[in-house]
Design a protein around this ligand. Structure first.
Ligand SMILES: [Cu+2]
Length: 285
């Protein structure tokens, strides 16, 4: 059992350990496998295949397992490391210490949006995005999208999303108009005040805005906070359950495309029901 900390509370040493472990996973080639996995599972509901990861009820459990796998890779390098979370309701400016030279580095330069500072800047020589996954070999960011400023979700937005007692609703995709899952994943509610996970991807912009978003290490810190929000929702609604609870009826167009509670998800063959809690593995502090 280990802790996942708020990134704002990390010491210089802890930040350095995390950065070094990420760079080692990158050097070994495994990092790009994680990026690739995320990209392969970026199936939208405009497509007809199974959708375990995105625009789907299993958005939370799939990403929980995905983060655990990555965290295991980090901890194999340095067992003192875990994935910190970024509470973007608090550290919500481009000047936050998250974006400093000694941690994730800052925004991209004008023009090509190439990140020029910090350990993940291409010119440092340790962070080349793999060809075929993305167009450019360098990490791109456009923090805050200055040309059309975007705001990160607020604490009130998070509270509003957490108030919904229903986990998810039909049609179990990007158009689900209510339900905690899409209030957070954030497709149908794009323009409404909510804890919109997509807005955070777009606020960072550049590499974070596409299917290969884990190319930006900020991905893990963002998704750890999403994972924490799922905990908070479960605590706020102890009687609520993951939905759909059972296989969808034969005539439901989403049957075979979304994952009910006990249906194993690829690529790990683990069902959402097996990912409802993480108390034996890590805790948020
Ligand atoms: Cu994802």
């Amino acid at each position: 059992m280990y802790s996942r900390k708020n990134q704002r509370d990390l010491t210089r040493t802890e930040k350095k350990r995390l950065v070094d472990a990420i760079l080692e996973v990158k050097r070994s080639g495994r990092y790009d496998e994680f990026v690739d996995l995320h990209r392969r599972y970026y199936v939208t509901d405009a497509e007809t295949g199974p959708r375990p990861a995105h625009m789907t009820p299993s958005f939370f459990p799939w990403h929980r397992r995905y983060l655990l796998e990555f965290e295991q890779a980090l901890r194999a390098v340095d067992s003192r490391v875990s994935i910190p979370y970024w509470d973007w309701t608090r550290d919500n400016t481009t000047g936050a210490s998250l974006w400093a030279e000694d941690f994730l580095g800052g925004t991209g330069r004008p023009g090509d949006r190439q990140v020029m500072t910090g350990p993940f800047a291409y010119r440092q020589g340790n962070w080349r995005l793999r060809a075929g996954v993305t167009d450019d070999p360098f990490l791109r960011r456009n923090l805050g999208r200055p040309s059309a400023p975007l705001e990160l979700p607020s604490a009130a937005d998070v509270e509003r999303a957490l108030k919904d007692p229903v986990y998810d609703t039909a049609p179990w995709n990007s158009t689900s108009a209510t339900g905690f899952r899409n209030r957070v994943e954030g497709w149908a509610l794009r323009n409404r005040a909510t804890a919109n996970h997509n807005t955070v991807h777009n606020w960072i912009g550049g590499s974070m805005a596409g299917a290969a978003s884990p190319d930006d290490p900020a991905f893990w810190l963002h998704h750890a906070f999403i994972d924490l929000l799922w905990d908070r929702w479960q605590k706020a609604h102890p009687r609520s359950r993951y939905l759909p609870a059972r296989a969808l009826p034969a005539d439901d167009p989403q049957r075979g495309r979304v994952y009910p509670l006990d249906q194993p998800m690829p690529p790990w063959d683990v069902a959402p029901s097996q990912l409802m809690e993480h108390s034996g593995i890590y805790r948020y502090v």
